[in-house]
Design a protein around this ligand. Structure first.
Ligand SMILES: [Zn+2]
Ligand SMILES: [Zn+2]
Length: 368
């Protein structure tokens, strides 16, 4: 039997760092590409790699320390393999419970379910109650989930004698592999049902359409999930029922966009309204509101209506409503409007010539 510690030239108490260092040095010396002696050196390189592979992995090193060299099967099919028969395979099975695929007879909780519920922003604002239908498995009321006819119990599986497993041995040029698989007849539980419940045919559950009312609290946001305990899939062997999760999707609104509990929207006025100021009616999710646009408002000005945003779930506070001003330029003008705007334009251009005049006026004021 090879001594991997000897191969790497380290002591049995060598640290991972020491092992790594020793390996690097040896690998450099014995790499087939740098060696001139051919095959022999190749074999030595392989040995070094093998030793490093085992000793650099704490779990494999521990096993090696306990049981000695691992067989080739072990190093090739280490992780995830059902079980192996190196000289020590059976011992591994014994000590580490490898290949245990037996299905537990313990109660198993049912799966959780996810239901996606789409609501409008208005519904999210007000809160709503929706009835939904969930197709799912429910515990059979006749047998209470055992799947057995009244007065009967499970029998031991005759195929596996209640072990729930069967062992298969395969031979290959790498050695023989023993794998342990679940018993086909009982599915690994070790027991069979010879008197199934007539209501559920032994399944322990029935397919139902569960109708329930979900109450959606005001302020709910897109992606929020609510848990409804015990309305998921039925458990197995008397295990608890899973839970139902209702995930809320809030659809987009034509007018408002939402950022947390704040709402944003655009309001439009025409040029004269922006210049002269006005009061306008604006829609909110809670009815019409009056908004004062002061004279001289500019496109892009933002008005904040405190507390007119979304409510927060289970809180009294509310977000704000932000309104961004849009100023519409008329596409068409009638003769009267055109005349007035031209007049406006004329006054504006006079104003542009004004600085000279104003300068003169200022001077006059200073000297007086
Ligand atoms: Zn069986
Ligand atoms: Zn039943």
């Amino acid at each position: 039997m090879k001594d991997y510690y000897e191969v790497l030239g380290v002591t049995r108490s060598a640290s991972q760092e020491e092992i790594k260092r020793a390996y690097r040095q040896l690998a450099r010396q014995h790499h087939p590409d740098v060696s001139v002696e051919g095959d022999d050196m190749g074999a030595r390189f392989k040995e070094i790699n093998e030793a490093y592979e085992i000793l650099s992995d704490p779990e494999r090193r521990r096993r090696y320390d306990l049981f000695g060299e691992e067989g080739p099967a072990a190093s090739l099919f280490d992780r995830g393999f059902e079980g192996f028969s190196s000289p020590f395979g059976d011992i591994f099975n014994l000590f580490f419970g490898r290949g245990q695929t037996r299905t537990s007879r313990a109660p198993q909780r049912g799966r959780d379910l996810l239901y996606t519920l789409e609501i409008t922003l208005q519904e999210a604002f007000e809160g709503t109650v929706r009835s939904i239908e969930i197709p799912r498995n429910d515990v059979c009321s006749a047998c209470g989930g055992t799947g057995l006819e009244k007065g009967y119990e499970h029998d031991l599986c005759p195929d596996c004698g209640g072990e729930g497993m069967s062992t298969r041995t395969r031979r290959s040029n790498l050695g023989s592999f023993t794998s342990t698989v679940s018993c086909q007849r009982c599915g690994g539980s070790g027991e069979i049902n010879t008197h199934p419940c007539p209501d559920c045919e032994g399944r322990g559950s029935r397919r139902i359409i569960d109708e329930l009312e979900v109450s959606i609290p005001a302020g709910v946001d897109d992606g929020d999930r609510m848990r409804i305990t015990g309305r998921g899939e039925a458990g197995h062997r008397g295990g608890a029922q899973g839970d139902l999760y209702v995930e809320v999707r809030v659809s987009e609104h034509d007018t408002f966009s939402r950022h947390g509990s704040d709402l944003h929207a655009l309001v439009s006025v025409d040029i004269s309204e922006a210049a002269l100021g006005t009061d306008i009616e604006i829609p909110t999710l809670n009815g019409e509101e009056r908004l004062h646009i002061p004279a001289g408002s500019q496109p892009g000005d933002v008005f904040k209506l405190r507390g007119k945003g979304m409510p927060e779930v289970h809180a009294r506070s509310k977000g704000d409503l932000f309104l961004t001003l849009e100023v519409k330029v008329p596409r068409k003008l009638n003769a009267e409007q055109k005349r007035l705007l031209k007049e406006y334009q004329r006054i504006e251009s006079q104003k542009k010539d004004a600085p000279g005049m104003i300068e003169r006026l200022r001077k006059a004021m200073r000297t007086s």
